[in-house]
Design a protein. Sequence first.
Length: 310
Amino acid sequence: MKLKRTLTALSLATVASLMLASCAPGDGGATGGENAVTVTVITPYLANAATKEVIELFSAEGEKLGWQVNVVDTAGDMNKLNSAFQDAAAQKPDAIVLGTGDPTQISLGLKAAADAGVPVFSIDAGEADGIAANVTSDNTDLGEQSANALIEAMGGQGAVVMLTHDPHPGVRARAEGARKVFKQAGIEVLEEKHVNVPGPVDDARTSVQDIISARGSEVSGIWAGWDEPALGATQAIDAAGITDISVVGVDGQDFAIAEIEKGGPFVATVKQDWKSISAKVVALISALLLDGTQPDQKQYELPGTLVTKK
């Protein structure tokens, strides 16, 4: 479902700054001040540049309101997500935020939060029971935009390799959107490679080196589900001295834009609006804590912006 109304983060933040001081703290959740609002952010992907960026933006917005924001990183260990949620729920913060990740993997953690009466929101995750609202990009559209940009860079023909990461719902949706575009355009997907996290740049570089060695003459383009594996692919292509393979990513990170400006293999990315995404989650939590207003949607999707050298 698309976000159909103008974000109200600024107005909610203004109200919240005047009223949050009078909010009662959650049971056992207040530290660093008798009336402090505490929010725990849990993520398996803090090593990812985009995840780090949006969590930092969220933390900064919350801290402007006087919130105490605590961040827990399971460093790519999905098995630890449930225990991290259970530990957080036992502390009874005012809210828990899943900072990207797959909510279907944390059913026990979500149950623990529900049993403790702690609301859970998510950033760039997925819609699920136990999640009050997920705020993310229109990931299918991100995949479609990036795939179309790759096809254009390839001159409308050739074959591609896809660098994916199915454990992340957003990347999974991007890949689905890209596959659809490739199929409609008659572009063959030679193979798909799962990219490990942490270490996506190195892992993607190694995979692309192997692909180039085995079937480099067949490859015209590389689609990456986010910017870091796109960077790894670019490094492999540059090292091999190849000039006829194009690469696209998603996120719009500074390093990706710098590569695009250089005019090398990295030709496009789709910038996600992390500032608006983080502000929307802060606004939703503020509304719930201030007067019990529940989100009117389970899934909010914001548009991304294609970035090319043009």
